[in-house]
Design a protein around this ligand. Structure first.
Ligand code: SAM
Length: 278
């Protein structure tokens, strides 16, 4: 009988949210992989889990840790993976150990619990039946622009993670890509004392975050692009492109904004954009 790899979710801010089954599962493991032994050590001592060895498996060491984990699993021991907060493998280490365990034929399971993306999504008030998780966007350059263009035309609700000092910049870029009328929810400090979810248009969100100097952790939830009932004419599209360009968007961003706003075919909007002198 081989051992089992456990992904154990931990609180995203409120210690009361540690799943009860996490404690029994962690106590039964031979090794607990974590991002930071001091951080997880505090959680474990709060939960009364003692005597289980901790080892670091962070973004730099996860692959190197796999050999030891596979050896323990092969010899019948259970191993847990937990991260500083939330669900392992969600914008956090964990997925590579899961793949290694699966490839070696071991059982993998999870103790489910907090994940900021799920809480932010359900608190947004937006459509939850279909959504996409974008995690952290690339910080700059072509990749970031392409992801912004994808978000502008995405019909499903979009969930993003962002560091507090980058929230203003990301809201500004979302505004340029999606236009001022798109709705956004800014879910902040979830499960903590100062939890709040701000909801409004992207135009208002840009003002809100400029006044606020964002602090704490944020989930950004953007409403999907609207279905358009009335087909836009070529004049409508050209006018919308001119407005976006006059607002400072480059050609690519303007095209994405107009596709998102009108639902028009990408090729058609692109061709019409070429008729506008630079
Ligand atoms: N694995 C975690 C999970 O399951 O949510 C995510 C870890 S990721 C490194 C950290 C990001 O998650 C933060 O930058 C923030 O976007 C989001 N986050 C984590 N805790 C949060 C909280 N209490 N409130 C709002 N966002 C949070």
């Amino acid at each position: 009988m081989t051992g089992q790899l456990w992904l154990v979710s931990t609180p995203i801010g409120n210690l009361g949210d540690l799943p009860p089954r996490a404690v029994t599962t962690l106590r039964a493991c031979a090794l607990i992989c974590c991002e930071d032994t001091r951080h997880s050590g505090k959680l474990l001592s709060h939960a009364g889990v003692a005597g289980v060895r901790l080892a670091i498996a962070n973004e730099h060491t996860e692959d190197a840790r796999a050999a030891e984990v596979l050896e323990l699993l092969a010899s019948g021991h259970d191993v847990a993976v937990l991260t500083d907060a939330g669900t392992p493998g969600i914008s956090d280490p964990g997925a590579r150990l899961v793949r290694a365990a699966i490839a070696a034929g071991h059982r993998v399971s999870a103790v489910p619990g907090p994940a900021a993306l799920v809480m932010g999504l359900v608190l947004s008030g937006f459509e939850t039946t279909r959504f996409v998780f974008e995690g952290f966007l690339p910080r700059s350059g072509k990749d970031r622009k392409e992801r912004m263009a994808d978000i502008a035309s995405e019909r499903r609700t979009i969930v993003l993670y962002e560091a507090p000092h980058r929230v203003q910049r990301t809201v500004a870029d979302l505004l340029a890509a999606c236009g001022g009328d798109r709705q956004i929810a800014l879910a902040r400090e979830l499960t903590k004392l100062h939890e709040e979810t701000w909801r409004g248009t992207l135009a208002d969100a840009a003002v809100h975050v400029a006044e606020l100097a964002p602090r704490g952790e944020y989930v950004l939830v953007v409403e999907g692009a609207a279905d358009v009932a009335v087909a836009a004419t070529d004049d409508d599209i050209t006018d919308a492109l001119r407005t976006a360009l006059a607002g400072g968007a480059d050609r690519r961003a303007a095209i994405a904004t107009v596709i998102a706003a009108t639902g028009a075919n990408k090729r058609r909007v692109y061709d019409l954009a070429l008729t506008i002198p630079r």
